[in-house]
Design a binder for this molecule. Structure first.
Ligand code: ADP
Length: 419
């Protein structure tokens, strides 16, 4: 099957076409045929579309063009997919797209697994708009645009960022506020990046050739957004993002954990409204806010190395310290762990950051092999711990789109969706 995977954001649509099927999943032989991104929807849009053969670029289209809305964006993608110019393997008409998988950010409490989109599911996603006011409306626009452009005959599947964490016990997801706020408004920890944590844990299981029930690991996703997950017997037990993605680790522009009283204090001192403070915490904090330079870890590392910038170093140290503290906390929470798995743009590509995080974790038996850590090739699954380290430490590149495509196949074919 050729599955179109769509990630519709507020002003961006990303897509991939993945050839996959139950047999191909078993053999880990599914492959990406094309990928692309449309940025700045609503104005002069930047478009980058790439067709691939055996992991190599076959054709590339780059242009700027006014794109009005999500429907126009998806129309542009579909037109390119079937155009002679794109030359995507096995695809010449829209009937060669057999299913569409959508990343949906918030599944609330009702969506515990990926599911086929029908009126009831659409209503459920709408009900959760309150919990994800920026993301769910964009996801819905993507779904509706596909229905309009491809018709009801092409199955669409929703894969939720929150689903993997639906196994968390009450003791992990309830906040210490009056219980009726949970009952009335469903204020609780939901967690995000679930597709990434689940994919990484799945790859660990395959690499180690063990049953799902024996997967006891801590997954560490470090990208622009950062989160961690404590997994016991294959299930998410605890994760660092909370009611919204703001909680937990320090991120590119998000503060992560902070004392909630700061909001009232800041509002009083600066005469700001709560929504302005919320914007500061989400968009102007984290690495960017602390360094005053950039939210980009690679640039910060360069600043630190070349210019000995004090605040760049401070931001990186606070970033690494927070991850280290969470590893320690989850280790205690889970009663030990068999492995710590790094993923995401920073987790996969920066040996220096992995080293700085793992310094000081000897107290839990964790030791990196410096050579293996620095020798890890980008994109490769690599063990980087010393022989006598327990837990193991590994780099496992994430692939959320692949998991979305695979879940789409499983849903369409009524196959089990457990990993
Ligand atoms: P997103 O969360 O938007 O998907 P990514 O997972 O691509 O983002 O992560 C982006 C982050 O990864 C940026 O901070 C970038 O600087 C960082 N990054 C990518 N490559 C490296 C590298 N070689 N060294 C350090 N940081 C890197």
């Amino acid at each position: 099957m050729n599955v179109l995977v769509l990630n519709s954001g507020s002003s961006t649509v990303k897509f991939q076409i993945i050839e996959t099927d139950l047999e191909l999943i078993k053999k880990n032989a599914d492959r990406r045929l094309a990928k692309g991104v449309l940025e700045r929807i609503g104005s002069e849009s930047l478009i980058t579309f790439v067709a691939e053969t055996k992991g190599k670029t076959k054709t590339k289209t780059k242009m700027a063009k006014p794109i009005r809305d999500h429907r126009a964006a998806i129309d542009e993608i579909l037109r390119w997919i079937i155009s002679p110019e794109s030359k995507i393997d096995h695809i010449t008409s829209l009937s060669d797209i057999h299913a569409v998988g959508h990343r949906v950010v918030h599944g609330g409490e009702q969506f515990k697994i990926s599911c086929r989109i029908n009126d009831e599911v659409l209503e459920g996603i709408e009900d959760n708009i309150e919990l994800a006011p920026l993301h769910n409306p964009a996801n819905l626009k993507g779904i509706r645009a596909v229905t309009e452009l491809l018709g009801n005959g092409v199955p669409q599947v929703a894969v939720f960022d929150t689903s993997f964490h639906s196994t968390m016990p009450e003791t992990s997801y309830l906040y210490g506020i009056p219980y009726h706020f949970y009952r009335r408004y469903k204020i609780r920890r939901y967690g995000f990046h679930g597709t990434s944590h689940r994919y990484v844990a799945y790859r660990y299981r395959k690499i180690r050739k063990i049953e799902r029930e024996r997967v006891n690991v801590i997954t560490v996703h470090l990208g622009n957004g950062c989160s961690m997950c404590g997994i016991k017997r294959g299930d998410s037990q605890i994760t660092s993002m909370g009611f919204t993605p703001l909680e937990g680790l320090l991120m590119g522009t998000r503060s992560g954990d902070l004392d909630p009283s700061i909001l009232e204090f800041l509002s009083h001192k600066e005469g700001m409204r709560l929504n302005q403070i919320d914007t500061i915490l989400n968009k102007q904090s984290g690495l960017l806010g602390l360094s005053g330079l950039t939210s980009d870890m690679r640039e910060l590392l360069e600043e630190e190395a070349e210019n000995q910038d004090r605040r760049a170093r401070l931001a990186i140290d606070i970033f690494c310290g927070r991850v280290r503290r969470y590893i320690g906390a989850y280790f205690a929470d889970l009663g030990g762990t068999n492995a710590v798995l790094f993923t995401g743009g920073i987790g996969e590509n920066s040996p220096v950051i992995r080293e700085r995080i793992c310094e000081g974790l000897k107290c839990i038996g964790l030791k990196l092999d410096k050579k293996k850590n620095h020798g890890a090739k980008p994109g490769a699954e690599t063990e980087i711990s010393a022989k006598d380290s327990k837990p193991r430490v590994m780099v496992i590149p994430t692939n959320e789109e692949l998991l979305i495509a695979r879940d789409t196949v499983r849903v369409v074919k009524n196959a089990p969706r457990r990993w």
